[in-house]
Design a protein around this ligand. Sequence first.
Ligand code: SAM
Length: 471
Amino acid sequence: MYNPKSMLAEEFISDEEIQATIAYADANKNNMELMDSIIAKAKLRKGLTHREASVLLACENQEKIEEIYDLAEQIKKDLYGNRIVMFAPLYLSNYCVNQCVYCPYHQQNKDIPRKKLTQEEVRAEVVALQNMGHKRLAIEAGEDPVNNPISYILDCIHTIYSVQHKNGAIRRVNVNIAATTVDNYKKLHDAGIGTYILFQETYHKESYEQLHPKGPKHDYAYHTEAMDRAMEAGIDDVGLGVLFGLDKYRYEFAALLMHAEHLEAVHGVGPHTISVPRVKRAADIDPSQFDNGISDEVFCKIAACIRVAVPYTGMIISTRESAELREKIIRLGVSQISGGSRTSVGGYQEEERPHDTEQFDVSDQRTLDEVVNWLMRAGYIPSFCTACYREGRTGDRFMSLCKSGQIVNCCHPNALMTLKEYLMDYASEDTKKLGDKMIEKELDKITNPKVKNIAIERIKSIEKGERDFRF
Ligand code: SAM
């Protein structure tokens, strides 16, 4: 029985409701009157239900699809401006007791070296990441209670926050580790994490169980209910995601939105971010083994439909995707991207990109400076801002900032100030020139004259060597 307020996975992600949603979307995919009314509702920027959004996703009319794309772009501009938040993943350990069939870290893979960073190595990785200019990390680890217990993850978080190298600092650590207990989520919360990220992989229970044949991750309900435990523990920024390619995308899309609706219904706040990874080639993983791969066109359509359905949720795209695809999809509503990523344990300290412990092939292999340069040429402000979380603007407080339209007087100047720091400390000559011009132009967009003047003064102070300002 479908019930968004239920705390049981199979009731808030009801298979029956998803099947009915797909049937409804199929029956209405040529119903232009309904399509128009849903687009009109989306224009109010108050979001759509999973059923409404699924109708848009089913649309095959090219003209309407373009209309959805334009709306996604407009919503992104209105709510997020032209900022793109930058981050990098940091792989701590590839020890894993699970058997996820799409992941090279699965327990039976005896061909990859198993590695776990010591605290000294974590420090060295963080210095390498700071030297690139990163301020925000997402830590990643396999699930292994012996090799990577929660105490190890907490030690790593502590080490990461403690490293101060030249002007560098990691100011926000997001965490992508396996589903765990309320007690462990409390410990992560107390350690000062940013977002807790957990990909559902697939919402289809039967597929989920087949794709995770053994190990703690096999338990569909425990995994699907993890965000409720995280929120119960006080973590109010959580990040959802589906690994596209594992099951049918329309099923995943409807379920993902139902998960967001559930969080909103129960905790009063939806997901902070949604990630849209696709299965990639890796050590002993061939993505063509999975029957449900999606084309770039469908991928873009999913991104645009997510943007119009949950306008206040950030959307993340990683270096799993090529530079070309990222350029196309960014305009459809992406708000965060990774840059200069290495997906191997200890990869940032190596001169050459190591492949033996990589979790997946990185398609976009450009350096962070190249990504920053490219973003600015495309008209986006690369932002290294971490202010909201440090000012306690998480969960519904962050959402109300978005909804009040104050982004232009808060996130926008923060983006410019953190970009200025990047330009001063890490950028190449060309990127610096480009960035300084961009900052000058973008300062004019700040509507509150008081905020504008403070931003101008602070940017001058950054030039003189001061750091870490925020609104
Ligand atoms: N071990 C934790 C867990 O099980 O949730 C999280 C860390 S795991 C390193 C991060 C994510 O990488 C997984 O949730 C999965 O979606 C993704 N992933 C695994 N194998 C992949 C592949 N071959 N291609 C793309 N993404 C993959």
